[in-house]
Ligand binder design. Structure first.
Ligand code: GDP
Length: 222
């Protein structure tokens, strides 16, 4: 598991409360221009993704909490600044979604994780009582193929006592350890606000990491 490398230098602050809805997209073709940095939130339907985004942004209405799981298949983009975005990916793993829709979703997600240049990392939300489902593993697999960093949130941590919560954390940590520095995990509760500072730190690290913009210098006058 990666040590927290974010404690050495103070990170530029990002006020997540200023997040505003930018646009929805059904696929990469109609997404906002692929510049700057973005972090995507993914998880099974009902994992607590909308609640987490709303808690993070202190905006109860920004991401809609799901009434019909699996209904919305749109990717929603929220703007933090001209060059920083949060992305709400459609919830997955809902049994009643038709196979064709699932296959379409799979294609879009694999494509998004592999092709989106501005994507800096994936926040993977899993209900602490049902982590690492097959659908989560599929998502992890795509991220690993794309060498995309993952930070897992074990959501609704308030539903478990401290001991079982810690045991689940360790077990998921063990599962993700094969990805070394590319993966990390924490406990999270939207209800209690637990884990919010750690989530903010991770997002700031990813959204302000300008090392990815370093261009190799080209020799002049070729
Ligand atoms: P989404 O489908 O992933 O967007 O999930 P939602 O954010 O709509 O949450 C699904 C359900 O879990 C809702 O009934 C929420 O009230 C509940 N929920 C979400 N976060 C928490 C939490 O931190 N603690 C508890 N106890 N319930 C939560």
């Amino acid at each position: 598991m990666a040590p927290d490398s974010t404690t050495q230098n103070p990170l530029p602050n990002i006020d997540f409360r200023i997040a505003t809805f930018l646009q929805s997209a059904s696929n990469l073709g109609n997404a906002p221009s692929d510049t700057g940095s973005e972090v995507a939130f993914a998880g099974r339907s009902n994992a607590g993704k909308s609640s987490a985004i709303n808690t993070l942004t202190a905006n109860r209405k920004l991401a809609r909490t799901s009434r019909t799981p699996g209904r919305t298949q749109l990717i929603n983009f929220f703007s933090l600044s001209d060059s920083q975005r949060l992305v709400d990916l459609p919830g997955y793993g809902y049994a009643k979604v038709p196979l064709k829709m699932k296959q379409e979703w799979n294609r879009h997600m694999a494509n998004y994780l592999q092709k989106r240049q501005s994507l800096r990392g994936l926040i993977l939300l899993m209900d602490i009582r049902h982590p690492l489902t097959d659908a989560d593993e599929q998502m992890i697999g795509w991220a690993a193929t794309a060498q995309m960093p993952i930070h897992a949130l074990l959501t609704k941590a308030d539903k478990l006592k401290r001991g079982p919560a810690k045991a689940t954390l360790l077990s998921v940590q063990g599962r993700l350890s094969e990805f070394g520095d590319l993966a990390s995990v924490q406990l999270f509760s939207s209800l209690k606000g637990d884990g919010l500072p750690a989530l903010r730190t991770k997002l700031k690290t990813w959204l302000t990491d300008d090392s990815v913009f370093d261009e190799p210098s080209l020799p002049e006058d070729q």
